[in-house]
Design a protein around this ligand. Structure first.
Ligand code: C2E
Ligand code: CA
Ligand code: CA
Length: 713
């Protein structure tokens, strides 16, 4: 290669590379200028446009050609701002200091079509060889301004009177407003970073919150009443709205909870309720609420097969008191009467005041048997009469009064509310007629059964003291009719009424607890008999079955009591059989099994009485250390005519066998029944066919003949 021909002179060479470099740098500058995100505008010292990039064309709507040489202020600024801009440029040129140079400024701008919009403009200045150049970088900030404004509005809304909390998707609080702090007492710093459960009152269970979140998941929100807790621990009712804020994929990114404290509203509601349904003087339910409750009580009584009673109470001579002592004393009395009445009843009962001196009580859940229910109502009624006779303190005065009381019972029959109120009212009239300070039933039968019962209870206590009870024995025989043992059945030899059946007094004895001394006495008597029999070979094999009622069995010392009686009488424990009923065995199985096991370890046997009438499950039966099942006589009555009952009787026999228990049938009245049972494999019987319950002396014939058949008593 020839160096001389290929080389250009040095000067030419450096000049042309300079030009090339300049051109390249210009191209680069243009490239950046054109690609710039904002408008880039160059100006001379007078502020006239010397450069106008494509973004500026689009932003302001003037072509480059149009813009070049124009005063920038005239071109893009609304008229009112132009002068200020021009002054800023002049001041800069004179002092090198101006607020419009080198600073980012937000100013209004105007497009070619006259529309205004906000821009952010930064003007920089350059001085070269005494000449000034300006360059403005301009961004359209319409969107930003709009977003900021939205935020400002949202912020203002956020600071409303409703408490607000914004949480992330996990329920962690990100922001709360002032109302939140005002209502909950939690400062923002205390609440942020916590979960919303910060406010949980504990009054709603987990299921409540679960269903709330389920609703939010399904519908995007939830609204309702909720109990919240303030920082100090005080609980308040709130009306809460939760809204899920969903992100791009439809998943909630935030939750917004707003709530108001509705304590006042609730209080107003309660007050309205109170006015509508309660008597203002005594605070007791008024007639309206009473009617409502009575309706429910009637429905409940039918459903639960229990009776109830409606008591009408009227103060004797209240009018006179009101007139002589004045209404304020009268009011005082009514208040105290209301309190005393409430003290006389159980929690579920209703005491109402329906006007003047008239009070009404609904007693619920009384015995399903009407005459027993009458007795129970009578007890409460008498308590009330006594309470009404206690002196009342009316300021400095002590007032003695009394009340009259009418009772109407209700049970499964479909009585109407009106009918019942009428009946109780009529009964009250009867009581007033009868000379006040008394109680009358609407129903004459109830009246007599209630008084009979009251008399019976008094008699019963006396009978215990005076030893009016007897034990009768009913034979239990095998297939040959040989007496293997007896069931002890108590009798009451009433001085006036004669022999009273236990069916009449055992329920009363259980209710009053008098079954405990009575049961002890029967057991002791039966054991003394066992002791006597044990001494003779002809009777030593005999067993005695003793009925044990629930109250006796569930007594803590039941086992010890039985063992003590066995010990004191010297009766052989293996000849004693305790008859339990299924109803007795339903609660606290472990305790029952423990008691039975303890007694069994001493040789005492157990028979399950009235079997087939209860609801024992097989697995349950298996747990009990029983020796015998006693088929209830109700199956025998029908066994020969009803396929169904025959099937049950036969099933009980095989069930007993499979459990390793003996089976005895009670209430066997005919040969046909006995034969049927034998055919089913049942080999033990008890019933009138073999012998009635009799005093022990009358059993002698069984020992003599050694067998039983149809007896003549
Ligand atoms: P229960 O334990 O089911 O006693 C059997 C009842 O059936 C007895 O009635 C008995 O006289 C009667 N009976 C016996 N054979 C026949 C028969 O062939 N046909 C008919 N129709 N009835 C027969 P009682 O003596 O009136 O006793 C009634 C219930 O009183 C007994 O039913 C028992 O639950 C209870 N009871 C009796 N004595 C006592 C006792 O000392 N303590 C406890 N807690 N309850 C007792
Ligand atoms: Ca029995
Ligand atoms: Ca029975």
């Amino acid at each position: 290669m020839n160096m001389d021909t290929s080389r250009t002179p040095l000067r030419d060479e450096s000049e042309s590379s300079l030009v090339a470099e300049l051109r390249a740098s210009l191209e680069r500058a243009n490239f950046f200028l054109n690609g710039a995100l904002g408008a880039v505008i160059n100006m001379d010292a007078r502020g006239h446009v010397t450069g106008w990039n494509p973004k500026a064309e689009r932003m302001f709507g003037y072509s480059r050609v149009h813009a070049m040489g124009q005063d920038l202020a005239d071109l893009i600024m609304p008229p009112v701002h132009r002068e200020a801009h021009r002054r800023g440029v002049v001041r800069y040129l004179q002092t090198k200091q101006s607020s419009i140079i080198g600073q980012r400024a937000e100013v209004p701008a105007m497009r070619a079509d006259g529309s205004e919009f906000p821009i952010e403009m930064t003007v920089s200045a350059l001085e070269q060889n005494g000449t000034h150049y300006f360059c403005a970088h301009i961004y359209d900030i319409t969107d930003r301004k709009r977003a900021e404004e939205g935020l400002r509005i949202a912020g203002a809304a956020f600071e409303s009177h409703e408490a607000m909390a914004i949480t992330d998707a996990q329920g962690v609080i990100l922001r709360v407003n002032q109302a939140f702090t005002a209502i909950t007492d939690y400062e923002p710093a205390e609440a942020l970073g916590q979960k919303m459960s910060l406010l949980n009152s504990g009054r709603q269970d987990a299921a409540f919150y679960e269903s709330m979140w389920e609703c939010i998941r399904d519908t995007g929100g939830w609204q309702g009443e909720i109990w919240n807790r303030r920082k100090g621990g005080m609980i308040f009712p709130a009306w809460l709205t939760v809204t899920a804020v969903k992100g791009g994929k439809g998943r909630p990114t935030h939750f917004v909870g707003t709530f108001t404290d509705i304590t006042l509203r609730k209080a107003a509601e309660v007050e309205i309720q109170q006015l509508a349904f309660y008597d203002t003087l005594t605070g007791l339910p008024n007639r309206r609420l009473l009617t409502d409750r009575l309706k429910q009580a009637l429905v409940g009584s039918v459903r639960r097969k229990r009776s109830g009673a409606l008591l009408f109470i009227d103060l004797d001579n209240f009018k006179a008191l009101n007139e002589t002592l004045g209404h304020d004393k009268g009011d005082l009395l009514l208040k105290q009467v209301g309190e005393r009445l409430s003290d006389c009843v159980r929690e579920g009962d209703t005491v109402a005041r329906i006007g003047g001196d008239e009070f009404v009580i609904i007693l619920q859940d009384l015995s399903g048997c009407l005459s027993d229910a009458a007795g129970q109502a009578q007890l409460v009624g008498e308590k009330i009469l006594i309470a009404a006779r206690e002196p009342f303190l009316l300021g400095p005065l002590s007032h003695h009064g009394s009340a009259s009381l009418g009772v109407a019972l209700f049970n499964e029959s479909q009585d109407s509310v009106e009918e019942l109120l009428k009946r109780a009212d009529l009964a009250l009239y009867k009581a007033k007629d009868a000379g006040r300070n008394t109680l009358q039933f609407f129903d004459a039968d109830m009246q007599s059964s209630a008084s009979t019962r009251a008399a019976l209870e008094a008699d019963f206590r006396l009978a215990l003291q005076e030893n009016q009870f007897l034990v009768y024995y009913q034979p239990q025989v095998d297939t040959q009719g040989r007496m293997m043992g007896v069931e002890a059945l108590v009798r009451w030899l009433h001085p006036r009424r004669g022999l009273v059946s236990p069916a009449h007094f055992i329920p009363l004895a259980e209710e009053t607890g008098l079954i405990l001394p009575l049961g002890d006495w029967v057991l002791r008597t039966a054991c003394l008999q066992l002791r006597v029999w044990a001494e003779h070979t002809s009777t030593a094999h005999l067993t005695v079955a003793v009925n044990v009622s629930a109250r006796q069995f569930h007594r803590t010392n039941f086992v010890e009591d039985v063992l003590r009686v066995l010990d004191q009488t010297g009766a052989p424990p293996s000849k004693l059989k305790l008859e339990l009923t299924e109803s007795l065995l339903v609660k606290d199985v472990d305790d029952i099994v423990a008691k039975m096991t303890k007694l069994k370890s001493h040789g005492v046997g157990f028979s399950l009485d009235d079997f087939g009438t209860g609801y024992s499950s097989l697995t349950y039966l298996k747990r009990l250390p029983l020796d015998q099942l006693k088929i209830d006589q109700s199956f025998l009555l029908e066994a020969l005519t009803s396929v169904h009952d025959a099937a049950i009787a036969s099933a009980i026999v095989s069930l007993g066998k499979s459990l390793g228990l003996t089976v005895i049938a009670e209430g066997v009245e005919t040969k046909a029944q006995r034969d049927f049972l034998e055919g089913e494999g049942c080999v033990n019987y008890q019933g009138y066919y073999f012998g009635h319950p009799v005093p022990v002396e009358s059993l002698a014939k069984f020992f003599l003949s050694g067998s039983a058949g149809k007896t003549d008593d």
